[in-house]
Design a protein around this ligand. Structure first.
Ligand code: TYM
Length: 322
């Protein structure tokens, strides 16, 4: 029996964050046995903001190493690099012609990013969701595991697939978003975690980095002295405890009772985060030391991905009588 298809991707833009892990990688690992999984490093999306080419190449390998270090298994899942499969840009052009300016103008990520990168509001940045739709539709994905911030893009993908199918018969699959169960992890300053705000905890952060990030974390402003009763719900440190510390209920009770202070609570979190990061960092460093192995995985994965992508693209060409 054929398994449902899962597709997802992460941009190789600098280091990945704990948010990427919780919203994406952690769930991907769990899906590998039940689904036919295709995981991509989306380097074409990354160039919507300026990149140093050598750094982008290194980041692409690094994301791949992190996929593997987190437990994505190349024997179970297809792992590949977007720019190695030219069908992504080919389909993206076709889909551009079936996507309306009005619906694209409503995409909030474009609004956010164009405010952040005001010196480089390029057409690629605007068109980003159509390339994402092409990624997903090429593999006829049934499910797309993503974080909340990508839901609007998934809805657009479904709309484009429906529209295309209305014109040419139903051969594109309308994908469903698969939302990560964990709560969204905030940045150290309690805003959305984003590399551009400088409030991210990075995946594979070393001990000094973890210490610094935890020390920066906003806590309950009403808990001034150690014995003031705290409000864990609004506290960034507690949001992390809930995810990374199995004894988080104890931390919650102590905080509410005012029996411990924020310094103690932060120390506990530093230990929990270090224990989580250590094996991941070690595995990633080991993989980054074996570039030939990483290149081999990319080559094999991209060849496999291309077989499926070429087949879909051939259907599209036939539908358009090209
Ligand atoms: P990217 O690279 O920004 O993020 C990768 C994944 O991580 C999730 N994520 C989070 N989840 C929970 N909490 C957070 N703080 C957090 N930060 C990031 C994102 O929701 C995402 O799932 N457009 C995509 C990449 C992409 C893609 C695709 C994804 C391109 N083509 C096709 C799925 C299918 C993006 O920018 O992800």
């Amino acid at each position: 029996m054929t398994k449902p298809i899962v597709f997802s991707g992460v941009q190789p833009s600098g280091e990945l964050t704990i948010g990427n892990y919780l919203g994406a990688l952690r769930n991907w690992v769990k899906l590998q046995d039940e689904y036919d999984c295709v995981f991509c490093v989306v380097d074409l999306h990354a160039i919507t903001v300026r990149q140093d080419p050598a750094a982008l190449r290194k980041a692409t390998l690094d994301v791949l190493a992190l996929y593997l270090a987190c437990g994505i298994d190349p024997n179970k899942s297809t792992i590949f690099v977007q720019s190695h499969v030219p069908e992504h840009t080919q389909l993206s052009w076709v889909l551009n012609c079936y996507t309306y300016f009005g619906e694209m103008s409503r995409m909030t990520q474009f609004k956010d990013k164009s405010a952040r990168y005001a010196e480089n509001i390029n057409v690629g940045l605007f068109d980003y969701p159509v390339l994402m739709a092409a990624d997903i539709l090429l593999y006829k994905a049934d499910l797309v595991p993503v974080g909340e911030d990508q839901l609007a893009h998934l809805e657009l993908t479904r709309e484009i697939a429906r529209r295309f199918n209305n014109f040419y018969g139903s051969f594109l699959t309308e994908p469903q978003a698969m939302l990560a169960k964990s709560a969204r992890v905030p940045g150290t300053d309690a805003r959305k975690m984003s590399k551009s705000y400088g409030n991210s905890v990075l995946l594979g952060e070393n001990d000094d980095g973890i210490k610094k990030k935890v020390q920066e974390m906003y806590t309950d402003p009403l808990k001034i002295r150690k014995d003031d009763p705290g409000h864990p719900q609004g506290c960034v440190v507690f949001a992390f405890h809930k995810i990374f510390n199995e004894n988080y209920k104890e931390r919650e009770a102590e905080c509410k009772a005012g029996s411990v202070g924020c310094v103690f609570c932060k120390r506990q979190l530093i230990d929990a985060l270090s224990a989580f990061m250590k094996p991941l960092s070690e595995k990633r460093a080991e993989l980054m030391g074996d570039k030939a192995y990483l290149e081999k995985i990319i080559k094999e994965g991209s060849r496999k991905a291309r077989e499926t992508a070429a087949e879909t693209m051939s259907h599209i060409r036939k539908a358009l009588k090209f």
